[in-house]
Ligand binder design. Sequence first.
Ligand code: SIN
Length: 329
Amino acid sequence: MNDNVRAVSGVVVVLGTGGTIAGVSDTGHDRDYQAAQLGVDQLVAAVPSLAGQPLEAYQVAQVDSKDMGWPVWRALLIALDEALARPDVAGVVVTHGTDTLEETAWLLHLLLPPGKPVVLTAAMRPATSSEADGPRNLADAVRVVRWAAAAEEDAVLAVLNGRVWAGTEVRKAHSWHIDAFDGGGVPPLALVEGDQVLPTPDAVWAEPRGQLSAALIGLEALPRVEIITSHADADGSLVEALLAASNREGAKPLRGIVVACTGHGTWHQDLEAALLKARRAGVVVWRASRVARGGIESQPGETWPVAGRLTPAQARVALTVTLALRDTA
Ligand code: SIN
């Protein structure tokens, strides 16, 4: 990555999906507000430095991202696919809620075709806050799209609080602090200081992404994958309940389980029998770690797949997308 900030003159498309960045408080309190109230055009209009830039803003959804799911993801993928295919577009910013940003980032990383940067941004304070972080984050995200496009980087990125994260690593690490995101131990790819984007030396950029198929976009739902957690006193009853529910007539079949494991991929011994039963029933079981740093490295001879550094929530996205790609291949 060249560390000069090089402007590219293409259009930056800003796709709005809701979140606290579009939140409004009637009481003036930063923790008492409704997410997803302002339109994305209002968010853009509130940032003086974006005036006069070649920008187009489109509202794809208006949700609190705790309620994220396939209908919004599908609409977002369609809008992204259209925007990224335009020769006049340099890249896309997606405004999002912070709560499931890491899941959407993984979905986009897995499915979007390579070629142009996609930058997610969000905010921890509603737009009406005297300490609103959304305007700066949005301005930074547009700057990072132009910077990445000039360098021909096409990764999915996230820009929050002056730091540029790989979409594959970013995760919410604090429930209320304005500096809420980290990379699970992996440093940011770059910092944004004023109008400068300063790359981190030796930063590792994610590999180019996949190919969005019409068959996948045509799905009414993604395959059902659930997360269960191993903890003190855990037993197989939740897994048994999932299997029983899955066998009921008309139920959406259970296709995968991500276990949020203790430590480096272990689970309570009393979970094992139920997980073996699930696997015999054709359910794919992946291990992710419930620990904040380090993930799980695969060891030779292991029979339960591991999700590397992915959080359980990211691993759930990766597994459901893997199954969906298999189904639609
Ligand atoms: C959301 O995730 O939509 C609400 C919370 C936030 O954006 O910080």
